[in-house]
Design a protein around this ligand. Structure first.
Ligand code: GLU
Length: 204
């Protein structure tokens, strides 16, 4: 299991996420990525196979619009090799939502087949089990218009162990988390809150 960090607070997500991922490096990983809802309302992502430093260098060279809402991930590949495309976050609803996942969705193949039958227009950009969950949340959001309700619907369909964090461009200030047989810690601060796969993610 690798690392997850989520942040809602001041306009400094990028630094908080990269710092959190740095402190989760000890868990081991093969790829890293972040997604941030910028102050301008855009959803930006950067993700790379390899060392966290590759991601940090890219963010320095190609800065993301910073903002108060973000998620970060270190991956240990289980479904699909360690490539940039398979690194998290994964996007859904035409890039309006970003999802990160630690763990394994055991029934992802059945869910993917069902998804393709119902929504043949879905474009998959990775080989991961996780991306299926991203698309499912996106389609659920069309009904619920609320990311918490959308994720709640989707997790009832998932088999296996997971920690999931999702953010939605149209709901800035919200990061939704769900877990089953996989850790997720919540840090409540003053004017800012944190999520992490362990407290190392935000202890600083
Ligand atoms: N199963 C997911 C993948 O292969 C998540 C792996 C992890 O826990 O980092 O991308």
């Amino acid at each position: 299991m690798c690392g997850i960090v989520g942040y809602v607070g001041g306009n400094r997500s990028v630094g908080v996420l990269l710092g959190g991922l740095r402190r989760l490096e000890y868990r081991g990983y093969d790829s890293a990525g972040i997604a941030v809802i910028g102050e301008d309302g855009t959803l930006g992502t950067r993700k790379h196979a390899g060392k966290l430093q590759v991601l940090v260098d890219d963010v320095e060279a190609n800065p993301l619009q910073d903002g108060p809402t973000g998620i970060g991930h270190t991956r240990w590949a289980t479904h699909g090799g360690p490539t940039d495309a398979n690194a998290h976050p994964h996007l859904g609803d035409d890039g309006k939502l970003a999802l990160i996942h630690n763990g394994i969705i055991e029934n992802f193949a059945e869910l993917k087949a069902q998804l393709v039958a119902e929504h043949p227009e879905t474009v998959f950009t990775s080989e991961t089990d996780s991306e299926v969950a991203a698309h499912l949340v996106g389609y659920a959001y069309r009904d619920t218009q609320d990311v918490t309700e959308a994720l709640r619907r989707v997790v009832t369909q998932l088999h296996g162990a997971f920690t999931l964090l999702v953010l939605y461009r149209d709901q800035p200030g919200v990061v939704v988390g769900a877990r089953r047989n996989s850790p997720l810690v919540i840090g409540l601060g003053e004017g800012e809150n944190f999520l992490g796969s362990d407290v190392a993610a935000f202890v600083e």
